[in-house]
Design a protein around this ligand. Structure first.
Ligand code: SDX
Length: 428
């Protein structure tokens, strides 16, 4: 028996169906509320509004639960690989040995990009932020694969488009870095695994051999798994709403990269390191910065703290914090900002302001420390986030298209001028 809620308004009552999810989440289905009562809802930032029903990722902010297609993030981070997780998110099941081999081979055969991409890349100044370069290069794929523009083509065509973006993003990401460094690009080596291939294109040079450190490659693979999807976050919602107009997957992912770039979202990992560095340079007075974060007249926020959904702890932060200790020890790296991060976390978690607001370290708080230890420059951190999040964006876009969801077009409450007559300029 489906449940309903009752709305009483202006002397009338309205029955509102309640939708229940497989994890007992409940939602008011308000799709008929305007037609029946003339009312719409208002929820700035969609803090309490569901945009869809999805079977991809489940998270519970109160209990710190994150599962991809029902599998716990802790298990996947420990036992799976990024490519296997990408298959799981996009196609819904863990692959068999054969399926994984076929998936990897299809990806390997599409890692190259059209030579003309280099001319586009050369048009960017070396000071261009790699996220802006990456978003542009992804959008440029529509020029080289015009059939991808129609997401309603055959299933094979759409699947080919999915494989191409999975295969080419590491190449485009590494080339965005090479542009920053004004170094020649390195072409993919398809004998290497996904992460090793990326690291070689990032740090290698065309004129010399490059040996990938297995510790670095393994740590990167785990970080990409931890970033792979996070249900209807800002950038995934962007990918869905752009895709809902039947724009191509490449255009939708390009928009997702732009949304991720913001410091309140994926750009936070870069902002965390910049904040920790500033605290260190300022003598390491952590309590001064905790006080600034609490001071409403000060725009400073503790970057890497707080989350729209996790009000207890972000399970990814727990895993990454442990990995940071392990990776730095294995690489023999001492990073003073790691100590500052740990002290900051300790002070904040005892402070009423943070506890009362459920502000805990999120995925971005420790990830930058590992990226730094892996030799990845700060303004490439959010590019790493995009690399990890790609399978999630693809899975969200694919689910939205397969469910034939309507174009996203929210309503508003108008608060501007009511009707007024035009006044000639001579009389203003
Ligand atoms: C990601 O959505 C996702 O799933 C995102 C993500 C993913 O995987 O896709 O998890 C990745 O984006 C992680 C978040 C990275 N961003 C940061 O670390 C930036 C710092 N954090 C914030 O700005 C903030 O916490 C947000 C943006 C993450 C969440 O903001 P909300 O949910 O809109 O909450 P809010 O801004 O309304 O804050 C609620 C209160 C406010 O105080 P009051 O008005 O109640 O007094 O908490 C305060 C805020 O001022 N607050 C902070 C704070 N974050 C919130 N105060 C100090 N420092 C902070 N970091």
């Amino acid at each position: 028996m489906s449940k309903t809620a009752e709305l009483h308004y202006d002397g009338k009552s309205y029955q509102i169906p309640v939708v229940e999810g497989t994890e007992n989440e409940k939602a008011l289905d308000i799709s008929r509320i305007r037609a029946e009562s003339g009312l719409i809802t208002l929820d700035k930032g969609f803090k309490n509004t569901g945009s869809t029903e999805s079977a991809i990722t489940f998270l519970n902010g109160e209990e710190g639960i994150l599962r991809y297609r029902g599998y716990a993030i802790e298990d996947l981070a420990e036992k799976s690989s990024f490519i296997e997780v990408a298959f799981l998110l996009i196609y819904g099941e863990l692959p068999t040995t054969e399926e994984l081999k076929d998936f990897q081979e299809r990806i390997v055969h599409h890692t190259l990009v059209h030579e003309d991409v280099k001319s586009i890349l050369d048009g960017f100044p070396s000071k261009a932020h790699p996220m802006g370069v990456l978003s542009s290069l992804v959008s440029s794929l529509t020029a080289f694969y015009p059939k991808s523009l129609d997401p309603n083509r055959s299933k094979e065509q759409v699947d080919g488009t999915i494989i191409r973006i999975l295969a080419k993003l590491p190449t485009l990401a590494a080339w965005s870095y090479k542009n920053r460094m004004r170094q020649p690009v390195v072409y993919p080596n398809n004998n290497l695994d996904y992460c090793s291939n990326f690291l070689r294109m990032m740090f290698g040079l065309p004129t010399e051999e490059f040996d990938v450190n297995p510790v670095v490659s393994k740590a990167l693979d785990k970080l990409l798994i931890l970033h792979a999807d996070h249900e209807q976050n800002c950038s995934a919602s962007t990918v869905r709403i752009v895709g809902s107009s039947h724009a191509s997957l490449y255009a939708s992912v390009s928009a997702g990269i732009a949304a991720l770039w913001g410091p309140l979202h994926g750009g936070a990992n870069q902002a965390v390191i910049e904040m920790l560095e500033a605290i260190r340079k300022d003598g390491g007075d952590i309590s001064k910065y905790v006080a600034k974060a609490k001071d409403k007249s000060d725009s400073f926020r503790l970057m890497g703290f707080g989350h729209r959904v996790y009000k207890n702890f972000d399970p990814r932060a727990t895993i990454i914090k442990k990995a940071a200790d392990e990776v730095l020890a294995e690489l023999g790296v001492k990073d003073p900002v790691l100590d500052i991060a740990k002290q900051l976390e300790e002070i904040a978690l005892k402070d009423e302001y943070f506890v009362a607001r459920g502000l805990y370290p999120n995925v971005d708080f420790y990830s930058g420390i590992i990226y730094r230890a892996l030799g990845i420059p700060t303004d490439m951190f959010t590019v790493m986030f995009a690399l990890g999040r790609l399978p999630g964006w693809v899975a969200q876009w694919k689910e939205m298209r397969e469910n034939n969801e309507p174009i996203g077009r929210p309503r508003q409450v108008y608060q501007g001028h009511t009707r007024r007559d035009y006044v000639n300029i001579a009389n203003r």
